[in-house]
Design a protein around this ligand. Structure first.
Ligand code: CA
Length: 272
């Protein structure tokens, strides 16, 4: 059985370490909790954002709506959804950020997002560097299909049983973007992964879906794209970009456990 001294040592260590875990240094986070109406012109969340959301294509507007949740994933209220189906014009919103020291050769960046779509046209969320390259690097659905896959500059990744979904299904998508020191980048993507299974150890190219191809613009990436071809209504929430799996799949339990241990440690100290 653990001695009181050992327990106190662990509790104190967790008290010191856990606040840093709880306040993980995400490159980007937007949980859409501070918007009302059309999100264009507004910008919430944390991280390296450099501007508000901007509507780039005149399709539907993305409006503030009820938040999405996925299991124990840490979320905040609010999401963004396109409410109208305009028939002929694509919907595209972008938000710029400072890539800072990230996205350099030899680095890895993770992205996660909650998504829904009600139609059969392509939609997705990607990272890119121009208003026109909305395909970028990230995840998108197969046009006229029901697979959500890794994507790089318009090229869809592999499709398999783990990438299929049904319309209106809530999708938690995680993408890992690997930029090698030499050669072409790879995007690995997973749909609805377990939040408690760390996928960091899976080799490059081992995602549910994967694509490798030339995309030099990735090293100058400066914006997040949310897009949908015409005839879809979409819902998007909890956008995270970071350097680790754990940062893009946060669950509240460890912080709660840490607070409990901190409290028990303080009580034991008082009793000494
Ligand atoms: Ca939210």
């Amino acid at each position: 059985m653990m001695t009181r001294k050992a327990f106190l040592s662990i509790a104190v260590a967790l008290c010191v370490l856990l606040p840093q875990v709880a306040n993980a240094d995400l490159i980007l986070y937007d949980g859409f909790d501070s918007y009302s109406g059309d999100i264009a012109g507004s910008g919430g969340g944390t991280g390296n954002w450099t501007g508000p959301w901007v509507q780039q294509l005149a399709g539907s507007t993305l409006d503030s709506t009820t938040g999405l949740t996925y299991g124990a994933l840490t979320t905040v209220d609010g999401a963004a959804a396109s409410t109208a189906d305009v028939g002929s014009t694509n919907t595209q919103y972008q938000r710029t950020f400072d890539k800072a020291t990230y996205f350099t050769p030899g680095s890895t960046v993770w992205m996660s997002v909650l998504l829904q779509r009600d139609g059969i046209k392509k939609f997705g969320i990607t990272l890119s560097n121009t208003t026109t390259d909305y395909h970028g690097a990230g995840v998108h659905s197969i046009n006229f299909g029901t697979d959500l896959v890794a994507g790089l500059q318009g090229t869809a990744g592999t499709t398999n049983a783990n990438t299929a979904y049904t319309n209106n299904e809530l999708l938690f998508a995680v993408a890992r973007i690997t930029i090698p020191s030499l050669g072409n980048p790879t995007v690995d993507a997973w749909i609805n992964p377990s939040l408690t299974t760390d996928l960091s150890g899976i080799a490059v190219g081992g995602g549910d879906s994967t694509v490798t191809r030339s995309y030099g613009s990735l090293v100058s990436v400066d914006r997040v794209n949310v897009y949908s071809h015409n005839d879809n209504a979409i819902n998007v929430d909890e956008i995270r970009v970071a350097t680790t799996w754990a940062e893009v799949t946060p669950i509240p339990e460890p912080a709660t456990l840490g607070l409990l241990l901190c409290g028990m440690g303080a009580m034991l100290r008082r009793r000494r």
